[in-house]
Design a protein around this ligand. Structure first.
Ligand SMILES: [Zn+2]
Ligand SMILES: [Zn+2]
Length: 213
């Protein structure tokens, strides 16, 4: 369960693995220890920090005089992040229609609802990569569990938008594969790899999808 958790970055808007966020243990009011994850993914946190240093060279120099002062820089950056996060949240609430464009540029499949149903059916209503059932495609986003439909996944990221390049994928695999090449990513080195599923994907792409095209 733990490793299935995916979180949305508040800056780039992408759904990412929890590993992709900085985290540390915190203690709640009841004295229980829990894991706190930063609202921005590591990539965005680094970008923010670098930008801040660039925009504030004097300040950066000053606070890098001693190790003791480093903590202040750290807190300053994170106060800034916290303020901006508040602004972004407000902006997101006022502009729900614009949020989508902030995520990665999604490539859209040009397939009918019927084709999509047949495609999911072919893969037993499961993720074609890891075999996870559509009814288990629960994702924790900002603390709340949501059940997602399987995603229309581009096997070849830069390939066609038709059925031959479309397979159902759970959010986790969709987010993990992202723009990677299918053969590089879906190999025996990948924990979720299965030779049966691999063959089924090829069978679908090379032959069986054509029954519905
Ligand atoms: Zn991000
Ligand atoms: Zn999957």
């Amino acid at each position: 369960m733990e490793e299935d958790q995916i979180k949305e970055c508040n800056r780039c808007g992408e759904l990412k693995y929890l590993d992709d966020f900085y985290s540390y243990e915190k203690v709640n009011a009841k004295g229980q220890i829990y894991m706190y994850y930063y609202p921005y993914c590591i990539e965005c946190s680094k970008t923010k920090a670098t930008k801040w240093k660039k925009d504030n060279p004097e300040r950066f120099k000053e606070i890098h005089k001693g190790v003791k002062d480093r903590r202040r820089e750290y807190e300053s950056i994170h106060n800034q992040l916290r303020n901006e996060r508040g602004d972004i949240r407000k902006w997101r609430m006022k502009n729900p229609d614009k949020i989508r464009s902030y995520g990665k540029k999604k490539r859209i499949h040009d397939i009918t609802e019927f084709q999509w149903l047949k495609c999911k059916e072919y893969f037993g209503n499961c993720c074609a990569y890891c075999g996870k059932d559509a009814n288990e495609n629960w994702i924790r986003i900002l603390g709340a569990l949501k059940l997602f439909d399987l995603s229309k996944e581009h096997v070849d990221y830069n390939g066609l938008n038709d059925l031959s390049n479309c397979i159902p994928s759970c959010r986790r695999c969709n987010s993990r594969k992202n723009v990677k090449e299918f053969l590089d990513w879906y190999s025996h080195k990948n924990k979720i790899y299965s030779i049966d599923r691999y063959n089924k994907i090829l069978q679908w792409r090379n032959a069986d999808c054509k029954k519905f095209m």
